[in-house]
Ligand binder design. Structure first.
Ligand code: ARG
Length: 283
């Protein structure tokens, strides 16, 4: 009885569901050869064939949902290039290029930049270190579109202002405090309808208060779901593609009227990545 009496959420997930265009990079050269986050253990074996198979299933899940997927060519010597989210932030058909924190990933920035230039998108080279949609998430909020901008491990504060200037949307700085959640997109994802889901433990006290104020109705995820990178999810406003192990979060999403689409990316998690890391949205 209780559930039939519960009022519908103010914004119905269905209402804002729309087709997306994503950029992905096949993990042909995937490896864990260095450790730049606590998930990475270069001594642990990695199964590249399995990584490719799991990544292919993710790509197929997007296609089955009716989304378009573009592919950038993987380059040898760039084992983390599969994590396309870090390649840029794209909005209004313009591209804010990435500049990586760690030298091991530096050459990915020009590779992604070339893809966009060849596709006819103007690219603004950044002055400051930023890892694209890993830390810069375009989010609908009750106050209109904003850039939720993570810092603490990778993207520098000055890049938040740089992105704000390029896109004309307010950047809202959020401080990450737990090294397991080194990018904003490991701890928070936009639901696509003016709301977000996040794991509070990844954020500083002040940032938690900011999130509470902006998104009073947010889905608050558990430590268990965060620990399997459940927050590294991709929502199209209705379907949410997320790691299969994040079962509690999937239940929370279903209760709110979203459709969880579980995927298994266990091999890529050895590098600290999940579905969202593999996915750059082209707007
Ligand atoms: N090994 C990569 C790194 O540490 C993983 C990147 C994951 N990407 C993301 N958008 N969170 O940079």
């Amino acid at each position: 009885m209780q559930s039939t009496l519960r009022s519908r959420p103010e914004t119905s997930p269905q209402a804002s569901h729309r087709q997306r265009r994503y950029l992905m990079c096949r993990p042909t050269h995937f490896a864990v050869e260095y450790a730049i986050n606590p998930w990475m253990d270069p001594t642990a074996p990695v199964d590249v064939d399995l990584a490719v198979a799991q990544w292919s299933a993710l790509r197929q899940a997007y296609l089955d949902l009716g989304h378009r997927v573009e592919l950038v060519d993987p380059l040898p010597g760039l084992p983390d290039m599969v994590f396309a989210a870090n390649g840029a932030l794209v909005a209004d058909g313009t591209v804010y290029g990435a500049q990586f924190r760690n030298p091991q990933r530096a050459d990915e920035a020009p590779a992604y930049r070339s893809w966009f230039e060849a596709a006819g998108y103007p690219v603004t080279p950044p002055k400051y270190v930023n890892e694209g949609e890993g830390d810069l998430l375009l989010v609908d909020s009750p106050a209109g579109e904003v850039i939720l901008a993570g810092t603490g491990f990778r993207t520098e504060l000055a890049a938040h202002a740089e992105a704000q200037e390029q896109f004309g949307r307010p950047s809202i700085t959020l401080c990450l405090v737990d090294p397991r959640f080194y990018h904003l997109d490991t701890a928070l994802f936009p639901l696509g309808d003016g709301n977000v889901a996040y794991f509070p433990g990844a954020f500083s006290d002040g940032s938690r208060q900011v999130l509470k104020q902006l998104f009073p109705d947010a889905i608050v995820a558990s430590a268990d779901d965060a620990a399997v990178l459940g927050l590294n999810a991709v929502s199209d406003g209705r379907h949410v593609v997320l790691n299969v192990e994040a079962t509690g979060l999937a239940d929370q999403l279903a209760t709110r009227g979203y459709v969880p689409v579980p995927v298994n990316l266990s091999e890529l998690r050895k590098a600290g990545g999940g579905p969202k890391c593999c996915t750059l949205e082209i707007r």
